[in-house]
Structures are given as structure tokens and as C-alpha cells.
Design a protein around this ligand. Structure first.
Ligand code: SF4
Length: 455
């Protein structure tokens, strides 16, 4: 089913697309479903299930639900607005539904962290609005499926039954996988960016797409800049981690180190990943945990590519989103479903193909780069210490970016044919993800998350 891929990149709120952005958007969707019922509502109850419950506090899931119920949108978020909504609920026990209708809210009884896993998906939450007589006005269960995408129970069930939940786009062409993409590129002598643009023009006009790319790039750059000068030198949460981007920048500026090019890539990634960990505005790319990989490679190109301009940014993002759509539609981009390979691995794969394309590589080379990048993330588990998107997540973004650059350069210079296709590695990632124990899929129950670090 043809559907625009622009939302593979979206303005989101940290630290997690599945655990923060998704629940926030679910709360916003619930408000919309509630409609005029808001006026009669005196109580809202929320239950978090599965992974949303196990790592919800560390991922700010509880606060994200409050932001969504308060009518805040990701693109409008500021630290002040976020703090206002949280203080109102935590300190004054009040919630301003949709930003207007104020109700009593008791964090301890109205928000439940359930140990239960719902059978449909690891990340689930139920919202219910009640009237003055305690009668249910509206209730819905949402599943946060990764990358800030949410589905209701009905949507998930119809999708699993093969019916799909997207609008019918009639005679629009679709690009289901790499095999189809490569055939289309070969038939019309296109690279991946050109194919992706042709595809997106079915849904939006060119000025819209170009403007959207500029906005996404702008938020990426702002996240990097903000990360260099944070208001608070420490990240929130139990680990009391000091943010490293400011000192990394000082060291880079003070020393004339010929090997610093790689350190700069790490700086880009760590600065943005620290912004994400602080709960700030970033671009989900394709998830928040992996939000710094794609922009770090783009910032590296800004430093080094001979002709860096808006056109290069546009082609980079168009290529990245097309590759991201293959992971989202044919496997998963959720750490709770596939482990970190699905998040950092997908982001690295997207960035590798994007860099290869803007450096002049054809569709075959770009897909080869994407395959190489994922091949060396296979099996990567998700085990965030204390359920925070900090250790190992922040550094992992730097490694994802460096691997993407390495993969792009290997693919661009390669003289022989690759033996493994991108479709095959995507499938392998998905199967591997299914085989990984649930302990290593965003539950903070295994791996590094089992360490008792000094707090
Ligand atoms: S380990 Fe990877 S998948 Fe898990 S929270 Fe961190 S970045 Fe996301």
C-alpha cells in the first residue's frame, strides 16, 4: 500500500520515540477521540503495560502522557511548557485536558505501571475518561510500535489480518522492498534519492517536500547546537551523568589533532543524543534512541562534502527515509521488538545509503552501503542502564554514525558484487530480533542494564 515516507523523520521529544513520543501522540489521539466529551470528563486514568511500564519512568513515558493530555504538540515543546504541565500534575494534582479543561489528577492512582504484557505488542497503554458519576465516557488502548508510530487495537488487528490500516491511494505506485527499488532505478536510470522523490511527489508537491526537508535539517542542527551549551551540565535521571559534548568541543578546539575528523563525528552524535536524553526536541530518525546517527553523518558531510547545499540535504533525507521505510514495513524499527539493531542499526543503514547517494553512488552502491551498515549491527541488544536512554545509547549513536560513514566509503570504492542483499539483511535482522530474549529488548532486565552502577 503506497504511503508517504516523510514521517520516517519527524520532530519528536526525547528520550524515546516508542516510550516518549508514541505515548505523547497516543494521549493526543485519545483527546481527539474524546472530542466534546472533554467537557464532561472529571477523571482520566492511564495504564502502562509491558516495556512502557518497565522502563517508562526512565523514558519519561508518564510525563509524555501528561504532555499529550495537556494538548502539547512535539513541535511546540519547550522546557518551560514541559515543566509547567509536569509541576501542575505532580505538585498541584491538576491536569489541564487539551490545555483548557482542568481536572483533578492523582499521579499515584490515576497512572498505573502494570507488569502485564498485552499479547498484541510489547508497548501498550490504555486511556480512559470518566464522568462525575464514574461512568466511562471514552476508552482506548494504543500500541506504540516504534519511531513514534501508534496504532489502536483495531488497527493493529486489521494489519495483522493483512487488511492494513492506511488510506487507499488508488493507482499510486509502491516500493515494497529493495528489489523493487533497484528495478525501478535501473529501468529509469535513477539513484535512490531520485526514486524516493518521484515516490513522494505522489503525495506532496515539490515545494512542500523541500520545505519539509529544510525544517527537519533545521531541527537537527538546533539539537546539535543546544547540546553544546546545555542549561544543565547533567542529564536527568538516577545515573547523574555529566553531559560530555561541551568538553569534547573544548578539547577539539584546543588541539590541532590531524585525527580529529572522527572525533567530530562523535561530537555531533553525542551532542544530539545528549539533547535527546535530556527530554528535549530532536528529530526522530527513525527513532529517538537512534536520533543522532543520521544528523551526525549529515553534519560530517557539511564539513567535508565539496558541494554541500539544500539540494544535498534533500537528497540525503529522501534516500534515508526510503531505506527506513523498508525496515519499518518489512521488519521493525522498535528496540522493544527487535533490540538495538532495529534502532541504531536501521539508522546507520539509512545514513550509509544516504551518504553513498549524495557522494555520487548509484542505487546498487547505496543499497550495498545500507546492507554493510546493518550487517555489522546484527544481534545488537537493547539494555539501557536504569531504563535511561543514556548508557549505552549516547555513545552508540556515535558508533552508528562512524559505521555508516565506513560502510558508505567501502561501498563507493567496491569493485566486486556484494553477496548479501539489503532485503536479506533486513529479514535477518527481523528474525534475529525475534530470537533475542525479551530481557534484551528495552525491558532493562538484562545485559548492561543488570549492572549496579554507583549513582
Ligand atoms: S540500547 Fe539502543 S534501542 Fe535500546 S534504548 Fe538505547 S538506543 Fe534505544
Amino acid at each position: 500500500m503506497a504511503k508517504s515516507n516523510l514521517d520516517i523523520f519527524k520532530v519528536g521529544v526525547g528520550p524515546s520515540s516508542s516510550h516518549t513520543l508514541g505515548p505523547m501522540l497516543a494521549a493526543a489521539a485519545f483527546l481527539q477521540k474524546l472530542g466534546t466529551g472533554v467537557e464532561k470528563t472529571v477523571q482520566v486514568k492511564c495504564t502502562l503495560y509491558g516495556s512502557l511500564s518497565l522502563t517508562g519512568r526512565g523514558h519519561l513515558t508518564d510525563k509524555a502522557v501528561l504532555w499529550g493530555l495537556s494538548g502539547l504538540k512535539p513541535s511546540d515543546l519547550t522546557p518551560t511548557l514541559q515543566q509547567e504541565a509536569v509541576s501542575l500534575a505532580f505538585t498541584e494534582h491538576r491536569l489541564r485536558l487539551g490545555g483548557q479543561h482542568e481536572i483533578h489528577f492523582d499521579y499515584r492512582s490515576d497512572l498505573t505501571f502494570s507488569k502485564e504484557f498485552l499479547p498484541e505488542h510489547q508497548n501498550a497503554l490504555t486511556l480512559e475518561a470518566l464522568d462525575a458519576q464514574g461512568r466511562s465516557i471514552c476508552a482506548e488502548t494504543y500500541f506504540s510500535t516504534g519511531g513514534g508510530f501508534i496504532k489502536t487495537k483495531a488497527q493493529l488487528n486489521s494489519e495483522q489480518a493483512g487488511a492494513g490500516d492506511e488510506a487507499d491511494f488508488g493507482d499510486k505506485f509502491s516500493i515494497e522492498n529493495t528489489k523493487v527499488a533497484l528495478r525501478l532505478c535501473q529501468d529509469d536510470s535513477l539513484n535512490l534519492a531520485e526514486l524516493s522523490l518521484r515516490y513522494e511527489l505522489q503525495f506532496h508537491d515539490l515545494p512542500y517536500i523541500e520545505n519539509w526537508c529544510r525544517e527537519i535539517w533545521q531541527v537537527m542542527q538546533e539539537a546539535f547546537e543546544h547540546g553544546l551549551k546545555p542549561a544543565n551540565p547533567y542529564l536527568p535521571g538516577s545515573l547523574h551523568l555529566k553531559r560530555r559534548a561541551p568538553s569534547m568541543l573544548s578539547v577539539l578546539q584546543e588541539h590541532n589533532d590531524p585525527f580529529a575528523v572522527i572525533d567530530k563525528v562523535s561530537l555531533y552524535a553525542i551532542s544530539i543524543a545528549e539533547e535527546n536524553a535530556s527530554g528535549a526536541k530532536v528529530v526522530t530518525a527513525p527513532t529517538n534512541g537512534a536520533c543522532a546517527v543520521v544528523p551526525a553523518v549529515l553534519l560530517y558531510l557539511k564539513d567535508n562534502a565539496p558541494h554541500f547545499d539544500d539540494r544535498l540535504v534533500r537528497d540525503f533525507l529522501l534516500t534515508g527515509m526510503l531505506i527506513g521505510s523498508f525496515y519499518k514495513n518489512n521488519a521493525t524499527i522498535s528496540g522493544a521488538e527487535g533490540g538495538c539493531q532495529a534502532e541504531i542499526g536501521s539508522a546507520s543503514s539509512m545514513a550509509a545509503a544516504a551518504m553513498t547517494t549524495v557522494m555520487g553512488g548509484d542505487a546498487f552502491k547505496a543499497c550495498a552501503a545500507a546492507e554493510i551498515a546493518m550487517e555489522h549491527h546484527l544481534g545488537l541488544t537493547c539494555d539501557p542502564v536504569d531504563g535511561l536512554v543514556q548508557i549505552p545509547c549516547i555513545e552508540r549513536n556515535a558508533f552508528g554514525a562512524v559505521k555508516a560513514i565506513t560502510a558508505a566509503r567501502i561501498a563507493l570504492k567496491r569493485q566486486s558484487q556484494p553477496r548479501v542483499s539489503l532485503d536479506e539483511v533486513i529479514k535477518t535482522m527481523y528474525i534475529t530480533g525475534k530470537d533475542i530474549s525479551f530481557k534484551y529488548k528495552e525491558t532493562a532486565l538484562g545485559g548492561l542494564a543488570e549492572l549496579q552502577l554507583d549513582h
